[in-house]
Design a binder for this molecule. Sequence first.
Ligand SMILES: Cc1cc2nc3c(=O)[nH]c(=O)nc-3n(C[C@H](O)[C@H](O)[C@H](O)COP(=O)(O)O)c2cc1C
Length: 314
Amino acid sequence: MRLVLAPMEGLTDPLMRDMLTRTAHYDWCVSEFIRVTHLLLPAHVIYRYCPELHTDGKTAAGTPLHVQFLGNDPIALADNAALAASLGAPAIDLNFGCPAKTVNRHRGGAVLLNETELIHQIVAEVRRAVPPDIPVSAKMRLGYEDDLPALDNALAIEAAGASWLTIHARTKTDGYTPPAYWEKIAPVSAALRIPVIANGEIWTVADAQRCQQQSGCEDLMLGRGAVTSPDLADCIRGKPALDWDALLALQLAFIHTPTDNETGLISRYKQWLGMLSQRSEAAAQLWQQVKRLRQRQEVHAILQQARDTAKLYR
Ligand SMILES: Cc1cc2nc3c(=O)[nH]c(=O)nc-3n(C[C@H](O)[C@H](O)[C@H](O)COP(=O)(O)O)c2cc1C
């Protein structure tokens, strides 16, 4: 079983990837999408999205970072993928799942699921441009309005030379509204020779097991569930859950991550704490105390106090 940390633009930035991959074991993680128009991006833009490329393409915990691109121009995507590979990307991923209106209006992301031939061209050009030892993969939804094109798109991606395919088990029209239709991945993964990674609505160990059964996929990608429960990947592998004190220690470490953007760090932390609140009443109480704070030191004081209180009750 391989477990992958999902790409989430505006959420799993380098800081979050660092923390999440230190906390639980992932086979790899995927960058937020890098949008490509018709131009070759300067290297510094790719490094900004993927600072891990400075450290052998891995997070501090040693988890490989796959670089994800989004666009519709096969040649421009191929050139940018080749650049990322030359900078040390361990693998390239292509986004055919983004539901954002502005992205789709510019013919990027999930809207391409209605253009199977273009999807094939994109994957084939990127595959050709990237050295053979660097895998090229794709991530797609079941379809745009409906799931009818799922199999054709998946077969096109495989025929173009992708090494594996991740399927978020919903259409663009479904957005993020539960449920995820894991069972609709099953016929697609059965028809493909390359591995298929199932994704969508895995919040608990039980969800992971049901997703595996219904999709026929052993490998899973975890998105929001991995942020809400940073120990989820390890729990799926049979390890015990982290207690509240361990989660507090993680939060303290997170707010002390060295950065030249303290404001960005604190707002990312608050976003994360908001998500932790879905899992834990203690996190929800902490959120009430932290939500208006702006300074690292103020947040530190509240977290330290929460840790001292948690110790008293142990
Ligand atoms: C805030 C947010 C940003 C996302 N950004 C990306 C992205 O950059 N690339 C991508 O392929 N998918 C992106 N996704 C989709 C996720 O990778 C994943 O497919 C989706 O959240 C379903 O999995 P989950 O239910 O485990 O969260 C994003 C999802 C969210 C919630």
